[in-house]
Design a protein around this ligand. Sequence first.
Ligand SMILES: [Zn+2]
Length: 217
Amino acid sequence: MRRTRIARATWPQPSNGPHRVACHFCDTLHEAPAVPEGTAARCRRCGVVLYQNRPASLVRTTAFSLASLVLIGITHSFPFLVMKSNGLQTELSLYRAAHELIREGSVVIGCGVGVFTTVAPLVMAVGLLYVNAPLLWGRAAPGARVVARWTAHTEPWNMTEVFLLGVLVSLMKLGSMAELVFGVGFWAFAGLMVCMAAAVAGIDRNELWDRLEVADE
Ligand SMILES: [Zn+2]
């Protein structure tokens, strides 16, 4: 009988046996059997972590991806920064910042802000949700393997933390010219950075591929 309840079960193994994992540091090839929940498998030669069986991996990744989507919505619905100077108040949103950069001729930087802070996190959150949520019921969504691969490709382009650091450095310079207040959008963006990192780290890539394989069997 096929199990349809929410999968809290630990890492399942495909029927054709454990796959093989090569160490990223010393290239030693290992058989990759399941390890108990909350533990990691290490390279027998150099001791580096090969893969981890993270507790409640699917639930965690799904929940943090969903939270990321909500936070992306909040980031774009509220001001990012509020600047007060000589009785004048200016509200700056993330969209307006990118738009102003493009309008003033910095097309590459403006597009970069849009891609790295909005498009990449959005693609990643939607991709993670699409792949992981159906696996909670032991099912693989149509094209889940392709989406999982593309989501992994997007990972290096998700640069919310770099952008946040850039904003903080700029604020130190702007601070002497105007009174600055962080808007709701800023705090939502900071939350997005944490949730994206937690969603990506929620499930080991090897576990995800095994779960997709088991779901297809
Ligand atoms: Zn090694």
